[in-house]
Design a protein around this ligand. Sequence first.
Ligand SMILES: Nc1ncnc2c1ncn2[C@@H]1O[C@H](COP(=O)(O)OP(=O)(O)OP(=O)(O)O)[C@@H](O)[C@H]1O
Length: 341
Amino acid sequence: MTATAEAELVTANTADSGPPAIVSDKLFKTYSEGIFSRKKFQALKGVSFQVNQGEIFGLLGPNGAGKTTFIKVLLGIIRKSGGSASMMGYPAGSKNCREMVGYLPERLRIPPHLTAYNALEYFGNLSNVPTSVVKAKRDEYLELVGLKGRETDLVKKFSKGMVQRLGLAQALLHDPKMVILDEPTDGLDPRARAEMRAIIKNLANRGVTIFLNSHLLQEVEMICNRVAILDKGNLRYCGPVANIGEFLGAGSVGADGKPVATIKSYLFNLIGTPQTLQSGLEGCEFTIVSNVEGMAAVKVAFQDQSDVDRIVDKLRSSGVSIAGMELQRVSLEDAFLQLID
Ligand SMILES: Nc1ncnc2c1ncn2[C@@H]1O[C@H](COP(=O)(O)OP(=O)(O)OP(=O)(O)O)[C@@H](O)[C@H]1O
């Protein structure tokens, strides 16, 4: 874990909102495979971070990073190999803990011949929620997920987005304090994704902690307060989305000891001929965004202020006019690509 990620664990606020929603402390998971389980694979390598109640928290990582493994350990579907994990103050996987948490798995299959009402009863029964409770809660949650008026329609008539929202309603039947959503917007069109985002925000406004596992970085950037980035079982970052640029700029060292490069950039609006521009930008790491009739928009990477001064001097001495320059915020996607191997 990086120094910043560690600091995050210590400083996370837990004082006024009860126990943290999730605490993962040096969590390890080793899978055993092959004859006599001799082949070992470490999917989680001492992952430590904390999620506070009331947050919309995103878990990110490339394929094989260990995200699903992490969620399975939390839910008690598989056993950890070391360290500890808890949710809402209870050991991960315990009965108390499961009662506090709702789960929407990736691509939940809902029998198509059921109505929305029947589907909620079906899933309620599977997770020991009494039918009387399902009946008392179903209208409230169908309304929350935008399915009011579709209660007795067959699931086979639902769009993918509606099925996903019904899946979310089933995760809420027992009034959980936190929901774990595994790729909730995967495969949905932009409109359905926006609807799902609005529902998630609404749920968070009602005080439900949201733990979101998603590949869609822009989605995560739009709704999450904080994120954790996993890569090959290591935590590479934990903190606010907005601070990730600062983190990268601080000359941070990744979990493997490798320095994490700075990726700050300025967007320059430059006036010049192809020759002056070429000479002015020589030696810089840059991307031409547009170049129309002598006016070029160019994104130029820099490490520190002395770099910026040097770039400006070089442009000016090459005869290029600087019509404007704007500091670019590091997108979560840029940061993500820098942080993973
Ligand atoms: N039952 C298992 N036995 C052995 N190895 C496993 C098992 N389950 C997962 N793994 C391995 O553990 C690593 C982490 O897998 P995991 O499914 O947790 O990653 P992920 O971040 O959820 O990936 P994705 O985004 O592709 O779903 C992968 O290399 C995977 O092959």
